[in-house]
Design a protein around this ligand. Structure first.
Ligand code: GNR
Ligand code: NI
Length: 172
């Protein structure tokens, strides 16, 4: 396993639409292992493959268990089957938008169909932070970041800060 570099805004690669995976083979398993290790190293709860520069429709997540144990989850080619009409609001952050946070509304529940680590077809009924995180990660697969839901003014303020931090190599 290996910790990879996480791409940060502004970076055009983050805006790519990722491609479906044909088969969960050895390359995909190695990728998922690396993604999980990279996510843990960055203290994130989710990571999409494009965040380490790989345009495949693969997500890893770990919201942890109640007893503090690890609970890794893998989603290949995820598709949202059902969304709740009612919304819930979470303060979101993103490893590709470092140190910036904003409240985002999303459907409070969703059903997701996907392939797991072993290539088996699964359906998950998600709610709460799990539902929010899955939708945040699935946006990455379509080149969308949470800052895209903000007003132009808020988004440009965040992008300005990020560019500044990048060019001066300061991470606040
Ligand atoms: O670590 C993360 N935390 C988080 C908090 C609220 C809503 C979504 C997220 S996902 C984020 C990791 C990340 O950037 N995944 O793409
Ligand atoms: Ni993110």
């Amino acid at each position: 396993m290996a910790v990879k570099t996480i791409l940060t805004e502004p970076n055009d690669i983050l805006r790519k639409v990722s491609e479906p995976v044909e088969k969960v083979g050895n390359d995909e398993k190695i990728l998922m292992d690396d993604m999980l290790e990279t996510m843990y190293a960055a203290n994130g709860i989710g990571l999409a493959a494009i965040q380490i520069g790989v345009p495949k429709r693969i997500i890893v997540m770990d919201l942890g268990k109640k007893d503090g144990k690890k609970d890794p989850r893998y989603f290949v080619n995820p598709v949202i089957k059902n969304k709740n009409q009612s919304k819930s609001t979470y303060e979101e952050g993103c490893l590709s938008v470092p140190n910036q946070f904003a409240e985002i509304d999303r459907p409070s529940k969703c059903d997701v169909e996907y392939l797991n680590y072993n290539g088996e077809r699964k359906i998950l009924k998600a709610e709460g932070l799990l539902a929010t995180c899955i939708q945040h990660e699935m946006d990455h697969l379509d080149g969308i970041l949470f800052i895209d839901y903000l007003s132009k003014l808020k988004r440009s303020m965040i992008l300005k800060k990020l560019s500044k931090n990048k060019s001066t190599r300061i991470v606040v």
